[in-house]
Design a protein around this ligand. Structure first.
Ligand code: BMA
Length: 373
């Protein structure tokens, strides 16, 4: 039922499972041996809420939802999803790409000041924000998709020629996440999802671009550095591309002490292929999630241009089935690339079906959740 608020009554400070993160480099370090100092109470509440969400339903998410859409940009309060169903997504994601350079806007030309404001707005709605990071290539100066050189990850690890430079990049990320505060000084929790789709080889941190050990070290260095810089309002998501087996899923997993949410990214190109990939990937994700006691999510998905009028109820919902995923997030409605959209807008062929999807008691939007109470 829509507009049903979800209240959390758990003792959210109990049962912390996080242990201190061990070394990422050659020297063993222990960061914050006192686990309760790693995350703020609100961040712990978010994690507890994410764990309990699957008993209520699946949160719907959309990338860049409130910053632009089809035929508009930057209007306060606007959202293509809201224009269609009257409610905001329960999860909104934004990208930090180019923040590392000290730029004022991200790689998709969204000002970071606006992103900060929208993160606060989503927090006030009781919803969640996830942050991806399509960062530049620190060795070549190219973008995240510059995969010409296979030594990039090595170059930013301890001892590498770009290690110091990369720590500076992480400092900017830390400052941004630390700056997410309400007017009363409460730090706003976010789900940070860097180094995604690493089972493919289209980003410089991808499978064929670094060893499993280097990739794990990259993750641990990232989490440990952010924690050292005072980031206590982040949860961390590990998201592969499609995955066929548990072994493949876990090959580069940095460890339970570094990760809070497990997910994967997969898109529809062909419907049959999508349904079978979703079935395999969800079965793997579900079993790894249970074995590692982690929240699971479909961290990115969608059908570019949503050419199927019934995609939401006849493809996406059946694909998710009864798996206990906390959220499913579709990618952005680009205002600068005509067919590059993944959520409906008024008049789009799947808009009516999206309303049916919205009304389904299992789908949760912003007004259905209150993740920090
Ligand atoms: C990709 C596309 C790009 C975009 C990038 C980062 O999937 O949407 O146009 O720049 O994500 O948001």
């Amino acid at each position: 039922m829509k507009n049903m608020r979800i209240y959390k009554i758990k003792n959210l400070l109990g049962g912390l499972s996080l242990v201190s993160l061990v070394a990422y480099g050659s020297v063993k370090n222990e960061v914050h041996p006192n686990v309760s100092s790693l995350r703020t109470p609100k961040t712990e509440k978010l994690l507890a809420s994410l764990k309990s969400i699957p008993s209520k339903g699946v949160m719907f998410g959309h990338h860049d939802d409130t910053v632009y859409g089809i035929g508009w940009e930057g209007e306060a309060g606007r959202s293509d999803v809201k224009s269609v169903c009257g409610d905001y997504p329960a999860v909104i994601s934004f990208d930090l790409g180019n923040l590392e350079l000290g730029d004022t806007a991200n790689l998709d030309k969204v000002p970071f000041s606006r992103i900060r404001k929208e993160i606060l707005n989503q927090y006030c709605r009781g919803g969640m924000v996830s942050l991806s990071w399509h960062l530049r290539n620190p060795l070549t100066g190219g973008d995240a998709w510059d995969v010409k050189d296979t030594t990039v990850v090595k170059s930013i690890l301890p001892g590498g020629i770009n290690h110091t430079k990369f720590l500076g990049w992480l400092s900017r990320v830390a400052s941004f996440i630390n700056s997410l505060q309400t007017s009363s000084g409460v730090k706003v929790p976010v789900l940070f999802r860097p180094w995604h789709e690493h089972t493919g080889s289209w980003f410089w941190w991808g499978e064929k671009l670094c060893t499993a050990s280097d990739y794990k070290q990259l993750w641990r260095m990232t989490v440990e550095t952010l924690r050292t810089k005072g980031v206590d309002n982040a949860l961390y998501a590990y998201s592969t591309g499609d995955c066929q087996t548990t072994a493949q899923y876990l090959e580069r997993y940095p460890g339970d002490d570094a990760i809070d949410v497990l997910g994967f990214d997969t898109y529809q190109f062909d419907r049959d292929q999508y349904l079978s990939t979703m079935a395999k990937s969800l079965a793997v994700l579900d079993s790894v999630g249970k074995a590692h006691h982690k929240v699971i999510a479909i961290t990115e998905t969608g059908y570019e241009g949503i050419k199927d009028p019934k995609w939401w109820t006849e493809t996406l919902l059946p694909a998710i089935g009864n798996y206990p995923i906390s959220y499913v997030l579709v990618w952005r409605n680009a205002r600068e690339r005509v067919t590059h959209f993944y959520a409906p807008y008024p008049g789009q062929v799947s808009a009516d079906d999206f309303m049916t999807f919205y009304k389904n008691p299992r789908t949760l939007f912003a007004s259905d959740v209150d993740l920090y109470k």
